[in-house]
Each structure stands twice: as structure tokens, then as C-alpha cells.
Design a protein around this ligand. Structure first.
Ligand code: CAA
Length: 259
């Protein structure tokens, strides 16, 4: 098991939970943490027994953004040469297997962006989402202007990015940013139940669904539907489709093996 200094990783059955763990900095995302998170995602993707990842933080903060103290002195040349953000942040958004964000407390700037890179967000009722980069003389740099706009629409995304206003969990749910809101004390359990439900499903179907839903924001409707139809047809070549449908007809639970 790899030793990490900024994240905690726990595996139970088919679910791996990554807890961001820089409590003194409200889980500010520095490059070491993002390298560790990328490495954990690599491990998750490579392990065929794992079907779902949960990324979470503390009760006070999912993550309060990219680490401002680390970023403050960067020159353009360094940021460009190091491929700042792209080099290690995009790994989460490139995961082929499902990733849930379980968000309590602050999800600001890069923290909000990291949550949006996950497939869906379950929010605790104390969660606060925002893109406050404007207050630092910059704008979002890990996809905030793009993913937030797709999630909540232009008006709210523009307002949040131009003013830095935070929205609470209820507003985030109304706006479509989060899948659902749960009481803070139940966040871990609710995320686990969702993750275990996902982890009990057939891996090819999970991969197909994730790829198709993501295609919706990248293609036209007719291209997206054609893409979905091809993958839908392809799933008839899998043992999991035979097992899933046979189990329904035989009135039993399907068994999808995890190699
Ligand atoms: N980077 C580095 N350190 C941070 C941090 C960040 N993003 N956010 C909080 N911290 C640190 C604080 O400096 C403080 O450390 P010290 O105790 O050593 O002073 C500690 O975490 C606790 O923070 P506060 O005392 O500020 O806690 P608070 O409860 O009073 O306020 C907060 C909470 C409103 C979230 C406030 O910390 C805050 O505004 N944080 C910055 C939020 C922000 O601007 N995020 C965007 C970053 S830029 C970005 O993310 C770019 C991108 O798109 C990739």
C-alpha cells in the first residue's frame, strides 16, 4: 500500500474512499496532494476488484481551493512549463470508473472544481460551493467556468464567478449542481450506500453509462444518441448482460463477478 501524506485511502469491498487530509489548510489542494490523488485514481482504475471511488474531505471543508500559499509566487513561465493544473488535476476527470464526491463544508475554487470533476456530488446540508478566485485577482483554472456553466447554466455560473458569491447546499441542489443533499451526520453513510450500489453492478455497463452521460455535454443530440446506441448494442456481447437478464427472468439477484 502506498504511503500518502495528504490523503487517506480506505478500501472496503468494491469501494475505495479517498479522504482529503490537510486539516490545517482546510484541505487546500497543493501539488503533492494532487499527485497523491492522481496516484490513488491510477490504483483504483488498475484494480479490477474496485468499482466505485468516493472522494471526500472533513466536516468543515471538502477543499477550500488550490493552495494559495503554494501558488502565490508562481511566474507565468513556471505555471506554463509545469503544466499547472492539467498535469495532475485532470486525472480525476479522466477516470473511466465511477467517482462520487461527498462534500461537506467548503468546496471553493479548485475544491468546487474537483467536486465537479467527479461523476456526481452528494452534499451535506452544511456544504458551500463557490468560485471565489475573482477575489484573488484571477479566475477559475481547473474547469470552473466550463463545468459550472454546464451544471447550473450561464446566469448563475456567471454570477458566482464574477462576484465570488458562495451558494449553500439547498441552492446547489435547486441549481442542479448536486445530485442530492443529506444531513451532515449521514453524508458518509449515504455516499457509501450509493457507492456500494454502484459497485454491485456490471463493470462494462458502468463504463458505458459514464461514457455516454459524459458524451452528452460534448456532442450533438443525434451524435450522442448514435454513440449510446452503439454501446448499448455492444453490451449484448457481454456475459454480464446475459446474467443480468437471466437473473430477472429467474427472479433472483444477478451475480456480476469481480475479477
Ligand atoms: N490555500 C491555502 N491555504 C488556505 C486556503 C487555500 N485555498 N484556504 C484556507 N487556507 C488556510 C488559511 O490560510 C488558514 O491557515 P492559517 O491557520 O495557517 O492561517 C487555514 O486554512 C484556515 O483558514 P481560515 O482561517 O481562513 O478559515 P475561516 O473559517 O476563517 O475561512 C474560508 C474559511 C472562507 C474558506 C477561507 O479560508 C478562504 O476564503 N479560503 C480561500 C478560498 C479561495 O479563495 N479559494 C480559491 C483558491 S484559487 C483556486 O482554487 C484556483 C483554481 O481554480 C485552480
Amino acid at each position: 500500500m502506498t504511503e500518502y501524506r495528504n490523503i487517506l485511502v480506505k478500501t472496503e469491498g468494491g469501494v475505495v474512499t479517498v479522504t482529503l487530509n490537510r486539516p490545517n489548510a482546510l484541505n487546500a489542494l497543493n501539488s503533492e496532494l494532487m499527485d497523491e490523488l492522481s496516484d490513488a485514481v491510477d490504483g483504483y482504475e488498475a484494480d479490477t476488484s474496485l468499482r466505485c471511488m468516493i472522494i471526500t474531505g472533513s466536516e468543515k471543508a471538502f477543499a477550500a481551493g488550490a493552495d494559495i500559499k503554494e501558488m502565490a509566487g508562481k511566474s507565468f513561465s513556471e505555471a506554463y512549463r509545469e503544466d499547472f493544473v492539467t498535469r495532475n488535476w485532470e486525472r480525476v476527470s479522466r477516470a473511466r470508473k465511477p467517482v462520487i464526491a461527498a462534500v461537506a463544508g467548503f468546496a471553493l475554487g479548485g475544491g468546487c472544481e474537483l467536486a465537479m470533476m467527479c461523476d456526481f456530488i452528494i452534499a451535506a446540508d452544511n456544504a458551500k460551493f463557490g468560485q471565489p478566485e475573482i477575489n484573488l485577482g484571477i479566475g477559475p483554472g481547473a474547469g470552473g467556468t466550463q463545468r459550472l456553466t454546464r451544471a447550473v447554466g450561464k446566469a448563475k455560473a456567471m454570477e458566482m464567478c464574477l462576484t465570488g458569491r458562495m451558494i449553500d447546499a439547498a441552492e446547489a441542489e435547486r441549481a442542479g449542481l448536486v445530485a442530492r443533499v443529506v444531513p451532515l451526520a449521514q453524508l458518509g453513510q449515504e455516499a457509501k450506500v450509493s457507492a456500494e450500489r454502484i459497485a454491485s453492478q456490471a463493470l462494462p455497463a458502468l463504463l458505458m453509462v459514464k461514457e455516454c452521460v459524459n458524451a452528452a455535454s460534448e456532442t450533438t443530440l443525434s451524435q450522442g444518441i448514435r454513440f449510446e446506441r452503439r454501446l448499448f448494442h455492444a453490451l449484448f456481447a457481454t456475459v454480464e448482460q446475459k446474467e443480468g437478464m437471466a437473473a430477472f427472468i429467474e427472479k433472483r439477484k444477478p451475480v456480476f463477478d469481480r475479477e
